[in-house]
Design a binder for this molecule. Sequence first.
Ligand code: GDP
Ligand code: MG
Length: 300
Amino acid sequence: MTNGFRSGYVALAGRPNVGKSTLLNSLTGQKVSITSRKPQTTRHRILGIRSAQGSQIIFVDTPGLHNSSGSALNKIINKTAQHSLADVDLIVQLCSASRWADEDEWVLNKLKQFSLPLILAINKIDRLDDKQNLLPFIQEVNDKGEFMEIVPISALKGTNIVELIKTITNKLSAGPALFPQDQVSDQTQKTLAGELIREQLFRRLGQELPYATAVIIDDIRLDDKKLLRIEALIWVEKPGQKGIVIGQKGQTLKTIGEQARKQMEQVFNTRVFLNLHVKVKQGWANNMTALQHLGYSDQI
Ligand code: GDP
Ligand code: MG
């Protein structure tokens, strides 16, 4: 007997930059997925788990579905997104208020293929100058005839998140909790440490450079003074990029390291010592062996 308990897997889907990772963090109440203004910050399939009295929702944060361009990394990201969707009970597509872009339509067409219940979350409503614009937009997306429910939200401000959770929970079937109540993610400390560094790279470097970087955690261990010691490497593709990541007098790397460390201390709830270095690894983004080393291969 499950006593009316409900559980299920829910994918958060949508074009890059609509706020999937922000929503996942807001839904789980903890930073489980990194965010930035640049698309494709998310590369891994990530589970965020929300346990409540009577329900457990397991969220899958898909890397943005996008028209794949050539590189091996992009192909893997797209494959990961497709696999994330294959085994869920329900999909929440996100879009941005109040514009339905061609890319949103493209994502919707992909999602339809899975024949799963679809909910639309219209995100970033805090940005609307005139809330009156929301109604015609809801009408427009409703006319597509694909969404069981449409919920306007602001993932960033937390607006209407409770409503969204209720809507999702109502659509789930009866079932037991699938993870311990206190578990919020399936990521290891090592993966999360790497992601938190990548987040800073995305936030602090120019438009193109973050995509040419990868983060390797060489070592992570708690010493006898309860200090979490982390040795990390940032890979770049060209010598010139190394100089940019390090910055004048090492200032950029220093800031990246400091901010990542602060985030780690919060998330891991312990003091952190972070040793960060930059290394040139020519053409890593197009090199399958290198990608496998980074753990992308187990996503396919
Ligand atoms: P993803 O690519 O779909 O995972 O998008 P992210 O979660 O990384 O968010 C992309 C950008 O949109 C970030 O700069 C977020 O801070 C911003 N963002 C996300 N949700 C909201 C929201 O509700 N309101 C506003 N104003 N910005 C948001
Ligand atoms: Mg993301």
